[in-house]
Design a protein around this ligand. Structure first.
Ligand SMILES: O=C(O)C[C@H]1C=CC(=O)O1
Length: 94
């Protein structure tokens, strides 16, 4: 198990073909929701006032996270910042 905090900042070009935009967003939503159902994309939060999200991933390895992020339909229109997480010694058992 490996936990990661990921911030995605999205910037879709204003001149992108509207049909491509709609299709890409629909594929992104389906892809994200499939990973959420699998328990790999544990949290997704919108950053207030920005076209950005902060997400928590629970995956097997950095390689698996890389594959997930690389295959995001919106990947070409994002900047992604990844922070690896580990257990805090003061955390109470859940
Ligand atoms: O809207 C976003 O934050 C970008 C992206 C991440 C998941 C999803 O459905 O869209």
């Amino acid at each position: 198990m490996a936990m990661f905090h990921v911030r995605m900042d999205v910037s879709i070009p204003l001149d992108l073909d509207p049909a491509v935009r709609v299709d890409t967003l629909a594929r992104e939503k389906a892809y994200s929701q499939d990973l959420q159902r699998q328990g790999k994309w544990v949290h997704i939060w919108r950053v207030v006032g920005k076209y950005s999200n902060i997400s928590i991933f629970d995956v097997e390895s950095p390689d698996e996270l890389h594959e997930i992020l690389w295959n995001l339909p919106l990947f070409a229109y994002m900047t992604v910042e990844v922070t690896p997480l580990t257990t805090h010694p003061s955390a109470i058992p859940s």
